[in-house]
Design a protein around this ligand. Sequence first.
Ligand code: DX5
Ligand code: ZN
Length: 235
Amino acid sequence: MIIAPSLLAANFGRLAREVARVNASGADWLHLDIMDGHFVPNISFGPVVVKTLRPLSRLFFDVHLMCSKPVILLEPFAEAGANQLNIHVELGDAVTPLIWRIKALGKRVGLVVNPPTSVGLAQPFLEQIDHLLIMTVNPGFGGQSFIYETLPKIQQAAAWRRDRNLHYTIAVDGGVDFQTAVECARAGADTFISGTTLFGRHNLGAAVRRLRRLVEAAKPAAAPAQASMPASQPA
Ligand code: DX5
Ligand code: ZN
């Protein structure tokens, strides 16, 4: 299970100290939301900020590009220190060349599906991606309520992964709190991006540990592998 605090909910007046809090919290990834004021009606921060934060943390940097033209941003964010670049499936014909460009830059590929978008649109790309991000709010702002109608998409993503023996991680992003994270874990999510719920706590480390404990306990049991049957026992 991967816990990824979303920096969007941090205090932007003291980002270095906020990153230090995440470093000490036991979280696995730092989620970085990039908004261009066009793909979503908000603007966040760019490669210079990511580059400035990079030497302050050894965490995996998960960059979420909510941008209409990510093609012009892949290289700057790769150079700034991103470990994974997430692009939106809503970009249509642009998706395939973007995936190959991210691979050429040596970064993990994430594909994102917005709440109104069918998860079926991601299906043709499943063999090529490392990470599938199911948005559980409409992107653009932190602190929104979780959209429960997205849960079947997580189940579908987990079923495809199992049936096709693929290995992409399945993330949820938006309105992920201690209750909704459990629902997502039961549905098959393994990566939990959370802003307001985690940064809103005085003790970020305790919040990360609590979230991890809850989602670990809710994780669906793995189907027993047939090959693991001891030879001495008749099948
Ligand atoms: C929403 C962003 C999220 C956001 C989640 O557009 O993609 O990563 O930070 O924030 P919370 O957890 O507050 O909903
Ligand atoms: Zn995000």
